[in-house]
Write a protein that binds this ligand. Sequence first.
Ligand SMILES: [Zn+2]
Length: 210
Amino acid sequence: MRTHRDQVIILKSKNYSEADKILTVFGKEFGKFSLLAKGVRRLTSKNRGNIQTLSIVDISFYKAQGIPLLLETSVVHIPDFTNFDVKNSERVLHLVSKLIPEEQKYSKVFDALRSAIQKGLIDEYTSRFRMLLLMEEGLMDNLKACSECGGMSEKRYIQLSNFVLLCENCYINKGLIEKDFMVVDSSLYSDLRFVSALDQYINNLLINIL
Ligand SMILES: [Zn+2]
């Protein structure tokens, strides 16, 4: 038998024929892949309500030649779309579609995305998820050690133009002059200035990669 199970996050769904859709999903075990959801556009389809973007769903699917076939779905979490921040869904989906490789298990990123969705994709968790993915892909410095001296300090500062980190000492020597620094604390990730700096960082990065 070639029936598999996985927990997946629905990333994209595209109408295929009159009754079918092609889904792009990100699975905990199988990574990012596409699935054919047959008959799912019919009102009678049991899977119909379970495949909205960013829903978390347990699925079974059949894999032989060609595109895998969706069999059953069971909802784990459907986002509350009335309170969902559309901008943050776009931010997350954009980055995920560009950076997550096809058909490779990527559990750490899966767990982080699932958790961000379950927490409602508010600014803080959207920023934290985006930074985690960038760091995992080697596209952002790990923000633990000072980029100048390598030291760890309690109080740290991040430069918004390039996302490098400075310890307190190096900040006093350098950062005070350059001005575009913010203190790293729990309020940082939802700060509007920080969020738009992260948008900018990602835009520049994706232009250079592609
Ligand atoms: Zn330093």
